[in-house]
Write a protein that binds this ligand. Structure first.
Ligand code: NAD
Length: 484
């Protein structure tokens, strides 16, 4: 067993690491070979209650007295510590998530950048003065919500913690973080980094555990003033319903079926790496994965041939070998993806190219051969549903109107990419795509610390990343002073 550097089977509550109240643990499995990796605490409602109380105590105590500049400095310190530990964090993510080392390194560097960005922004969010009646001065103040709950998935723990916990701390909230039961070693490492940087006890509490236990308890807790949830649509709905019961705001960052749209005038050499990488990065387990490639008919054969060539050359392997594509997170997720490939087979959706799984792969690993499917129709199940694996569908279109109809024709609306040299079309497409982010002649799957991010339709609501997140993690107070 390759153990992490700190004990992993504990919760962090009020500045103290201890066993979960129920004394139970959950196993973490290394998806690269199926071996037991570590045990994590199985936090339950009692731990969540203690964590919320510790967070409130921090707000009423030292943490609540930090100035904005002091919070910013502390986040900068955390950022510097993350940068010192990039290799170790990438190693943990490789073991835990099955993420190839260079992708884990990129996530760790992104975490550091989030902390730097929000550290720098902490004292820059000003209120306003408002012209009002004679004899009054009216103004607005940005205030923290109070205790914020953060429920994160296993696919990008470091980036998602950076963008949600980083922004929440910058605004002066105290956080309770519930990492995913499938992977949470970097979330726990983040807790140690926060302590090392001097974050006051209780400002960040971490309670690993099952979604239906620790997660549900966090969403139901009356002491929580805001919830940030990143995960599946089904659980997002539960979280929103729980938030409604005590009328608190919730940010939902859910799934996607994001298109990249390639027009016949596109710079194909520039587009090609993005077309494939945004589909297979993290073995396709990316909310903003470009899982649909739409190609204007004159270029269809060429794009497909060149993508197919790239697929055939992909290196698959254990995450610590730093391949192009590692395993999926779990045997369950592998079965889901294989189920979709079976649907493709049964419905005549052709395999245009498939990478080869080497014979040397560890037997217990959760590998699926990256697969390119084409030509697909826009209404095919695999062109409509989020697969969350290294599978892309390619389809042809004729003209802008059809491209828009196909691109907007799913239940999701997270990200879209458009490849065209026509300036007018760039703006027309950007304005008419129904999603939260549009990339023109580039595509950032998961990237863009400075760029507000979030979805429409079933991809969720609310925005994280960028300066926008600071509005989400704060509430506005209006003050009207009568002075004569
Ligand atoms: P999931 O919804 O199963 O789990 C996400 C988190 O929710 C985990 O921490 C889990 O323990 C918790 N949870 C589960 N049941 C819960 C409950 N009843 N109450 C409270 N919390 C509960 O999602 P997943 O399979 O881990 O992640 C994959 C999904 O996340 C995909 O749909 C993906 O697109 C989405 N995602 C979205 C973004 C984004 O920013 N939009 C980023 C990453 C992943």
């Amino acid at each position: 067993m390759q153990t992490p550097s700190h004990a992993s089977d504990q919760v962090l509550i009020g500045g103290t690491w201890r066993a979960a109240a129920g004394g139970q643990t959950l196993p973490l499995i290394n998806p690269s070979d199926g071996s037991p990796l570590a045990a994590i605490a199985r936090g339950t409602a009692g731990d969540i209650d203690a964590a919320v109380q510790a967070a409130q105590a921090a707000l009423d105590g030292d943490w609540g007295r930090f100035t904005a500049a002091e919070r910013g400095r502390l986040l900068m310190k955390m950022s510097a510590l993350v940068l010192q530990q990039v290799d170790e964090l990438a190693r943990l993510e490789a073991l835990d998530v099955g993420k190839p080392l260079k992708q884990g390194r990129a996530d760790a560097i992104a975490l550091a950048r989030y902390l730097e960005f929000y550290g720098g922004a902490a004292d820059k969010l000003h209120g306003q003065t408002i012209p009002f009646a004679n004899g009054y001065t009216a103004l607005t103040l940005r205030e923290p919500h109070g205790v914020t709950g953060h429920i994160v998935p296993w696919n990008y723990p470091m980036q998602i913690i950076g963008r949600s916990v980083g922004a929440a701390l910058a605004m002066g909230n105290a956080c309770v973080l519930k990492p995913a039961e499938e992977a949470c070693l970097t979330a726990l490492a983040f807790g140690h980094i926060a302590q090392q940087a001097g974050l006051p006890a209780g400002a960040l509490n971490i309670v690993p555990g099952l979604g239906e236990e620790a997660g549900a308890a966090l969403t139901a807790h009356p002491g929580v003033a805001h919830l940030s949830f990143t995960g599946s649509v089904a659980v997002g709905r539960l979280v929103q319903a729980a938030a409604a019961r005590h009328t608190i705001p919730v940010t939902l960052e859910l799934g996607g079926k994001s298109p990249q749209i390639v027009f016949a005038d596109a710079d194909l050499d520039a587009a090609l790496p993005f077309l494939v990488n945004a589909g297979i990065q993290n073995a396709g387990q990316t909310c903003s994965a470009a899982s649909r490639i739409l190609v204007e008919r004159p270029l269809f054969d060429e794009v497909l041939a060149r993508m197919a060539q790239r697929y055939r050359s992909l290196r698959i392997g254990p995450a610590l070998d730093d391949p192009d594509v590692g395993p999926l997170i779990s045997a369950r997720q592998r079965d889901v993806v294989q189920g979709y490939l079976a649907i493709a087979r049964d419905t005549g959706l052709a395999v245009a190219a498939q990478a080869t799984l080497p014979d040397t792969l560890p037997r217990g690993g959760c590998y699926v051969a990256p697969t390119l499917l084409a030509p697909a129709t826009a209404d095919h199940r695999l062109a409509q549903e989020e697969i969350f694996g290294p599978v892309q569908v390619v389809m042809a279109f004729d003209g802008e109107a059809e491209a828009l109809r196909i691109a907007n024709g799913t239940a999701f609306g997270l990200v879209a990419g458009v490849w065209t040299r026509d300036g007018g079309r760039q703006f027309r497409m950007a304005r008419q795509l129904k999603c939260g982010q549009v990339f023109i002649n580039n595509y950032g799957a998961g990237g863009g610390i400075e760029l507000p991010f979030g979805g429409v339709k079933q991809s969720g609501h609310g925005r994280e990343k960028g300066f926008e997140a600071l509005y989400g993690f704060s509430t506005l107070k209006t003050i009207a002073i009568k002075h004569d």
